[in-house]
Design a protein around this ligand. Sequence first.
Ligand code: COA
Length: 279
Amino acid sequence: MIRQMRDADIPGAMRLKHAAGWNQTPSDWQRLLRLEPEGCFVAERDGLVVGSTTAVRYGSEMAWLGMVLVLPEFRRQGIARGLVQHALDWLDLRGTRTCGLDATSMGKPLYEEVGFVSTELIERWERPPEDNPSCGGRTSARSVGTLSAALERIDREACNYDRSLLLRDLCKDSTVAGASCPEGFAFGRPGSSAWFVGPCVAKNARAAASVLRATLESRQGQRVFWDFLPSNRSARELATELGFQPVRRLERMMLRGGKSPTLHSHSDEVYATAGFEFG
Ligand SMILES: CC(C)(COP(=O)(O)OP(=O)(O)OC[C@H]1O[C@@H](n2cnc3c(N)ncnc32)[C@H](O)[C@@H]1OP(=O)(O)O)[C@@H](O)C(=O)NCCC(=O)NCCS
């Protein structure tokens, strides 16, 4: 049975993500439920949550599919296919024009089957805890109530779709560097196995370096994940300079037939994505 996810399903959802070794926390699931309470789904067998997927809409232009997980002992029975199709039908009914996702090699064959095509690579880089580069930045990351309208505009121009609700939600439990900087920002939040830096969007490499250094300066000695599109060479150079190494490679995919916003966006201004489940 596929049904809408509820807050009470979060412990079951954490078991799914734990089995896959992912980094999300209960707060990440809560955020997905806050952003799209009717777009998060679980598959249930005999009262047990055995699979999940989430769809977050960014206006009517774009949606992002994530958290496609099935418990290992329930795989290859069509559960993920059912969940993904259910989420796509749900989006279709709401008139969402296109949908993206970041695919693992396990997920990719399924997504191709339902009509997604690869558009580019996305990499996870990690700074191991023993690496401890000096990151002294000019601004310090802090908690903020909201991001300025100017920064939300920078984000919208860089992505070509409207992530303002996500950014506002992230302000609740993330630190932000550059909240008063006119040229860019970087968020950071805890994960279950590593601190996660992102999203980071900046008008130029100098602003990106400043906000990312500020975000990282309070994370000395801690394991950190940073996801970005390797087509952004400045992000790659900065990650290397700050002691990060590539650890995973996924494929960014878009639903065939949808007008892919990434083709028109300023992806060179996106220095860190918001997480594989958010885009
Ligand atoms: C990827 C995952 C969600 C698939 O779940 P699932 O319920 O086993 O998938 P389904 O049974 O619906 O499979 C649908 C189709 O996807 C493809 N597929 C699924 N798992 C596959 C695998 N391990 N290798 C190759 N193809 C696979 C097949 O085409 C399959 O159809 P088939 O079984 O008729 O051959 C599951 O393996 C999982 O949780 N993996 C770890 C987390 C992950 O990587 N999630 C994807 C995030 S992008």
